[in-house]
Design a protein around this ligand. Structure first.
Ligand code: UT7
Length: 321
């Protein structure tokens, strides 16, 4: 027994920040950002909390699925940075939704949504749960260095959610990790221990863009090939690919190497930037609400990110539009 995905939801802050606004903060331009990344604007948290948008996405997914919070057996949140180190975002949501189930966060950076699906899949396989809520929510704006043009133009805030029930619509799923803090990372607070001999580091995203770019193109291609193969289907059978929204050029470069038509790669990066773990579930929810998916469609999801991590799966869409 695995799962079927029976509801989706998404939410994001009200505040749009355009490339032109960023060009007033750092030495950049709308032209450079569009050409190098595909991003036109992103959403940024102002007076909302991460919990607010995570909760709004979760409620939309629950409504879409016709599932009440009390029916949930598991909540898994994927996030790099909850507002609290403890309690977890999942525990905060559990209280706010009025659910009563076990709840936990996982951090697999931009691959977090796929890792969370994998965690939920294990509980379904062991017969421990009948309904699960997976929420990916990120507050990247709290972690970027707003004086660093090489990173601050890339990211945005947002949340996406999915409700899962017992079923057999997950055809294959694979997650990987290869530890690397050299090329991409965000240091945590060092603390104030009087015995510590370590100096704290700035708590900002640091990235070697070109190294991450190479890793990303390879990972996207390799994992899509592997996961489609593991599902026992052909690349031509995939109805849509939902790639992590990090950079249009990464998606285009990977698409050029596979036998899946370019028109099948979905994207909304122009309006959201890179929302880390939330990017795939936000994209999925948008497309689902535009009735783009039909029962029986095979969707291939593929993410890569900090860690380095990757996550990919093939799902059969089971909902009527
Ligand atoms: O979610 C996973 C994590 N992240 C990613 O997947 C990101 C992967 N990397 C990338 O997407 C790309 O490497 C970037 C978009 C980050 C950068 O694009 P690039 O084509 O690799 O640019 P670059 O780093 O080679 O920089 C080219 C030039 C440099 O100037 P010089 O040295 O040629 O004079 C940069 O200083 O562009 C400059 N530059 C900028 N110029 C204007 C870097 N950022 C900016 C900027 N505006 N925002």
């Amino acid at each position: 027994m695995s799962f079927s995905l029976i509801g989706t939801g998404s939410a994001y802050p009200a505040r749009r920040v355009t490339n032109d606004e960023l060009a007033r903060l750092v030495d950049t331009s709308d032209e450079w950002i569009r050409a190098r990344t595909g991003v036109y604007e992103r959403r940024v948290l102002t007076d909302e909390s991460l919990e607010d948008i995570a909760c709004a996405a979760a409620l939309r997914a629950l409504e879409d699925a016709g599932v009440a919070p009390r029916e949930l057996d598991l909540i898994v949140c994927a996030t790099i940075r909850n507002d609290y180190i403890t309690p977890s975002l999942a525990c905060l949501l559990q209280k706010r939704l009025g659910a009563g189930c076990m709840s936990m966060d996982i951090n697999a950076a931009c691959s977090g949504f796929l890792y969370a699906l994998d965690v939920a899949d294990g509980y379904f396989a062991r017969g421990r749960i009948k309904k699960a809520l997976v929420v990916a929510a990120e507050a990247m704006s709290k972690m970027v260095d707003w004086t660093d043009r090489a990173t601050c133009v890339l990211f945005g805030d947002g949340a996406g959610a999915a409700v899962l029930s017992e079923g057999n619509d997950l055809l294959s799923l694979r997650v990987t990790a290869s530890g690397n803090a050299e090329h991409l990372g965000i240091p945590n607070i060092e603390g104030e221990c009087p015995f510590s001999l370590r100096a704290g580091k700035p708590q900002h995203v640091y990235m070697n863009g070109q190294e991450v770019y190479k890793f990303a193109v390879n990972a996207l291609c390799r994992e899509l090939e592997a996961i489609i193969d593991a599902a026992g289907v052909r690349q031509e059978d995939i109805a849509f690919v939902l790639p992590h929204q990090a950079n249009t050029r990464i998606i285009d470069a990977a698409a050029g190497k596979l036998r899946i038509g370019a028109e099948k790669y979905l994207s909304n990066i122009e309006r959201f930037g890179n929302t880390s773990a939330a990017s795939i579930p936000i994209l999925m929810d948008e497309c689902r609400r535009k009735n783009m998916f039909h029962p029986g469609d095979l969707l291939a999801l593929s993410a890569f990110g900090g860690g380095f991590t990757t996550g990919a799966c093939v799902l059969r869409w089971c909902k009527q539009s």
